[in-house]
Design a protein around this ligand. Structure first.
Ligand code: EPU
Length: 450
C-alpha cells in the first residue's frame, strides 16, 4: 500500500478509499517456527477515533505512533477532503490542522469505506452543533445498528434523522445529561465522549465500554484541555469545556496486533519477544494462552512467547474488555485447531463472526458451528490451501494457519488485513516466516466498509 508522506497540496495517496486496484495475496510456505523480536504499532481502534477527534481542537495537533494502515489513510483522507491540512513529518507522525474545516458533511463516497467513519458524527456534532455523515452500511460480522449512538446524541439535545442514507444531526445547544447504554458498546461510548466534550454541563455515561482505546481517547481529549474522568471504568464523566487546544499525543500500542503475534508465535511453536506492548491490556489473551500450554513471560513493555510442550484444549467466550476480545476470536480458534482435545469458542459480541471457519476447514480443521458457538476438535496439524480472507481479523487468523500449516497457503483478499496491520508480512518475515505478497494479475476489487 502506498504511504502518503504529505497530504497538503498535491496528495499522492491512492487506492485505500475505493478506486479499483489490483488484488493482492499472501503466499506462505508453512512450518517455520517464528523466532526473534517484533515491534507492535499504534492501535487501529484508537487512531480511528482520535483522528476525527482532532476536529474538536481550535489548534493543530500532532499524532505520534500512527500506524501505516489503510483505515488511517481513509480517516486522514476524509479530513483532507473536508479542508484539513494533513502532513506526515515522519513515517508514523502526522500533523493535522483541522481548523479549515467549515462544512460538517462526510458524504457516502468518503464514508463508505470504513465503518468507523461514524466517529465523524460525534466529533462534528461536538464542534459545529450539526453533522451529516453517511450511514454505515452492511457488515461482515452481523447486524451492527447505531441506535445507541443516536440515543446518546438525542439525550444530549440533538435531533437525529436518516435521510437518503445520510445521518443528519442538528442541535441548538448540547447539554450534559445522564446516558445509560442498553449494552456495552465501544462505538457509542466514543461517539458520546466526542459529542459531549464541549457540551454545556456534565454528561455521565453509564454502562460505558472499558476498552484500552476508550482510555486512550479520553487521555487525548484531556491533553487538549477536556475534563473527562472515569474512562476505563463503566461510568465516564465528561464536564463540557468551551475550547480545546492543540496537543502532541502518542497513540497506545495495538492490543490486537500484539495478541495476533502472540498467537502466531504459539501456533508455530516459536519463541518471540513482542515489544512496545502494554502487558496489562493483554491479560485476557495471556491467561488463555497459558491455559492452552503456551509460556508467556511479561516484562515492562514486552511479552515473550514460547512453547515447550503440547497445546491443550480450552473454552473461550468473547466479552467486552477486560474479557477476551472478539477481535482475537478467529486467531485463538485457529490455535485451538492445533491443540489436543475438544475446545469450545463462544462469540459473545457479534452475530456472525465465524465466516472464516469454512476457509479453515479447507486447511483440514475440524470445526462445527451452531449459531455463536464453535466446537473445535484438535487436528494436530493443518495443511496448506488457497483461502480467502473474509474480514480483517479472520484474515490474520488465516495467515497464522498458513504459517503453522504443512505446505503452501495462499491467502486472497488481503486488503482486509491491511486495514489494521502495519507491514504485517514484513514483520512476519523478520521473525523468519516464509511469506510474500503477490498481485493477482487482472483482478481488481472495489473495497467495502467493515
Ligand atoms: N450495538 C448495538 N447498537 C449500537 C451499537 C452497538 O446494538 O448502537 C451492538 C453491536 O451490534 C454489537 C455490540 O453492540 O453486537 C458491540 O458493538 P460495539 O459498538 O462495541 O462495536 P463497534 O464500536 O462497532 C468496535 C471495534 C471493533 C470491535 C468491537 C468490539 C472500532 C473501530 N471497532 O466496534 O473492531 O470488534 O468494538 O470490541 O473500534 C476490528 O478491529 O476488527 C473490529 C471489528
Amino acid at each position: 500500500m502506498p504511504f502518503c508522506m504529505e497530504f497538503s497540496g498535491s496528495c499522492r495517496q491512492t487506492a485505500p478509499w475505493g478506486e479499483n486496484f489490483d488484488l493482492e495475496k499472501f503466499i506462505i510456505k508453512g512450518g517455520r517456527k517464528l523466532h526473534g523480536e517484533v515491534e507492535i504499532s499504534g492501535a487501529k481502534n484508537s487512531v480511528v477515533a482520535i483522528i476525527p477527534a482532532v476536529i474538536l481542537s481550535d489548534e493543530p495537533c500532532v499524532l505520534e505512533n500512527v500506524p501505516n494502515i489503510s483505515d488511517v489513510s481513509i480517516s486522514l483522507r476524509i479530513l483532507y477532503e473536508m479542508g484539513a491540512n494533513v502532513i506526515f513529518t515522519d513515517k508514523n507522525t502526522v500533523r493535522i490542522d483541522a481548523t479549515g474545516i467549515k462544512d460538517p458533511i462526510v458524504p457516502y463516497e468518503m464514508a463508505k469505506h470504513m465503518r468507523a467513519s461514524y466517529y465523524f458524527l460525534g466529533t462534528l456534532l461536538g464542534k459545529f452543533g450539526r453533522a451529516r455523515v453517511s450511514m454505515p452500511g452492511g457488515c461482515y460480522l452481523g447486524d451492527r445498528p447505531i441506535d445507541q449512538h443516536l440515543k446518546a446524541f438525542t439525550a444530549l439535545g440533538a435531533t437525529c434523522t436518516i435521510d437518503h442514507g445520510m445521518v443528519d444531526i442538528q442541535s441548538e445547544n448540547l447539554y450534559g445529561t445522564q446516558i445509560y447504554f442498553d449494552m456495552v458498546t465501544v462505538g457509542a461510548t466514543i461517539n458520546t465522549m466526542l459529542a459531549a466534550v464541549k457540551a454545556t454541563g456534565m454528561t455521565v455515561i453509564e454502562n460505558a465500554a472499558k476498552e484500552p482505546h476508550i482510555v486512550d481517547l479520553a487521555n487525548f481529549l484531556n491533553s487538549m484541555g477536556a475534563d473527562i474522568t472515569g474512562a476505563g471504568t463503566d461510568v465516564i464523566k465528561i464536564r463540557g469545556v468551551k475550547h480545546l487546544k492543540g496537543t502532541t499525543y502518542a497513540i497506545i500500542p495495538d492490543q490486537i496486533e500484539a495478541g495476533t503475534f502472540m498467537v502466531a508465535a504459539a501456533a508455530t511453536g516459536g519463541d518471540v519477544l513482542i515489544k512496545n506492548v502494554i502487558p496489562k491490556h493483554l491479560e485476557s489473551i495471556t491467561a488463555k494462552l497459558e491455559k492452552i500450554g503456551v509460556n508467556v513471560e511479561e516484562f515492562d513493555e514486552s511479552v515473550r512467547i514460547s512453547v515447550d510442550g503440547p497445546l491443550v484444549k480450552t473454552s473461550v467466550k468473547t466479552m467486552p474488555h477486560p474479557g477476551f476480545p472478539t477481535d482475537m476470536q478467529p486467531q485463538i480458534s485457529t490455535l485451538l485447531c492445533l491443540a489436543e482435545g475438544t475446545s469450545i469458542v463462544t462469540e459473545g459480541i457479534f452475530d456472525n463472526r465465524f465466516r472464516y471457519v469454512d476457509e479453515l476447514r479447507r486447511m483440514g480443521a475440524d470445526i462445527s458451528v451452531d449459531g455463536k458457538v464453535a466446537v473445535i476438535e484438535g487436528v494436530g496439524h493443518l495443511m496448506g490451501a488457497p483461502v480467502t480472507a473474509p474480514d480483517l481479523r479472520a484474515g490474520a487468523a488465516l495467515v497464522i494457519a498458513g504459517l503453522a500449516a504443512r505446505g503452501v497457503t495462499e491467502v486472497e483478499d488481503i486488503y482486509h488485513i491491511e486495514r489494521g496491520y502495519e507491514n504485517f508480512e514484513e514483520k512476519l518475515r523478520g521473525l523468519g516466516a516464509d511469506i510474500v505478497k503477490k498481485s493477482v494479475p487482472g483482478a481488481a476489487v472495489r473495497k467495502t466498509a467493515i
